[in-house]
Ligand binder design. Structure first.
Ligand SMILES: *Cc1c(COP(=O)(O)O)cnc(C)c1O
Length: 378
């Protein structure tokens, strides 16, 4: 194949990343601490506002794991989790020896269904165990129904872990995603809205909680000249090199969110007169998505028999990456034995949904190629 590959979402540097990385080398701060780590945390804290205390970590998964530890999730506890998400939202529950309880999505934001959530909480309590935490996700950058989920969490006094891995730059009622959880997490993996090549962050509500997270992420060393430990620690801190990339990326975050939103508009226009294809969009103006990935749902009955899979294969044959939506966790072999509450919203989205190339670095030429394949398929 002679054409270059068009990716779903690839790293997009702004320009100053190398400057910060060079600084790290010049001062020999090539370690999991240093001025870039502090600088990146400060950048994130001032961006998020709302009294956020940020700890930079090696991954979003590590941040979720530490969030559950801070919320005292232990062996045989139950933790509620959105079913339609990336497996990293749920895996840390199992790291703790706890049991995931999966919840269906609602069809407006594709995120945790408040009705199924309340049903699950009541049923788990009636079976003798109150869930320890609720892991809610802003999928593809679309904020979940924050008010509804928060109200239920408060009623039953269960903390929310806000998985904001895909939603840095999104807002709900004007407030930034990453500030709604009792603890929130971010990811800077290579395919996310900004990247540190690999990395994540925990967003805490107090400096004490942040310090505890950082303590655990650096092997839980007690204050002593020798290595002294009273708790089990982890090696989860972000390096000063990665944080340098993050500082450069924070300078262009807003710009890249706008470019991703332009990609979403491009697909809205492309499919505007096409029956049977819906572009995933905000339900109303309370929601502002970073449109990390642009997604569509195909209804073959109305789209002249075109299916999600046919479209995916046609794009693939032209060296254009696209991918089915997240396969819900309750349908994954590894979680087959876990309780599930809700209907078939997530399952149907998985059957008919497709993520399309969404990067902030796609050129006019790339868009033309995508458009011509899609037009041919239609
Ligand atoms: C990417 C992602 C994570 C995990 O982040 P990593 O930095 O890759 O460990 C968690 N949850 C969701 C929803 C994600 O998309």
């Amino acid at each position: 194949m002679s054409t270059t590959k068009i990716w779903l979402s690839s790293p997009h540097m702004g320009g100053n990343e190398l400057k910060y990385v060079h600084e790290a080398f010049a001062t020999n701060w090539v370690a999991p601490l240093g001025p870039n780590v502090t600088g990146f945390e400060t950048d994130l804290e001032s961006y998020l506002g709302q009294n956020s205390f940020v700890g930079a970590l090696s991954s979003g998964t590590a941040a979720l794991h530490l969030a559950l530890i801070l919320l005292d999730v232990k062996r045989d506890d139950e933790v509620i989790c959105q079913s339609m998400t990336f497996s990293a939202s749920a895996n840390p529950i199992v790291y703790q020896g706890a049991k995931p309880i999966f919840i269906d999505s609602e069809s407006e934001t594709w995120n945790m269904c408040p009705i199924a959530l309340e049903e699950a909480i009541q049923d788990r309590i009636s079976k003798g165990k109150k869930p320890k935490a609720i892991i809610a996700v802003h999928l593809y950058g679309m904020p979940f129904k924050v008010d509804e989920i928060r109200k239920i969490a408060n009623t039953y006094q269960i903390p929310i872990v806000e998985d904001s891995a895909e939603s840095l730059g999104s807002t709900y009622k004007g407030q930034k995603c990453g500030t709604f959880g009792d603890i929130s997490i971010l990811s800077f993996n290579g395919n996310k809205i900004i990247t540190t090549s690999g990395g994540g962050a925990i967003v805490c509500k107090s400096v004490e909680q942040k310090n505890k997270a950082v303590f655990l992420s650096t092997q839980a060393r007690d204050n002593a000249p020798h290595y002294q430990h009273s708790e089990i620690g982890y090696n989860y801190r972000m390096s000063n090199i990665c944080a340098g990339i993050g500082r450069g990326q924070m300078e262009i975050l807003t710009n890249h969110v706008n470019l991703r939103r332009d990609m979403h508009d491009f697909y809205v226009n492309l499919f505007a007169n096409q029956d049977g294809i819906t572009v995933f969009s905000e339900p109303n103006t309370d929601y502002y998505s970073n449109h990390w990935l642009s997604c569509i749902v195909v209804n073959p009955d109305k789209a002249n028999g075109l299916t999600r899979e046919k479209l995916r294969l046609q794009l693939e044959s032209e060296n254009i990456e696209s991918r089915p939506l997240w396969k819900p966790m309750h349908l994954q072999p590894v979680f087959a034995d876990c309780p599930y509450y809700g209907g078939t919203v997530a399952e149907r989205l998985f059957q008919n949904g497709l993520c399309l190339p969404s990067g902030s670095n796609l050129s006019d030429d790339d868009r033309n190629r995508i458009e011509s394949v899609i037009k041919t398929a239609l």
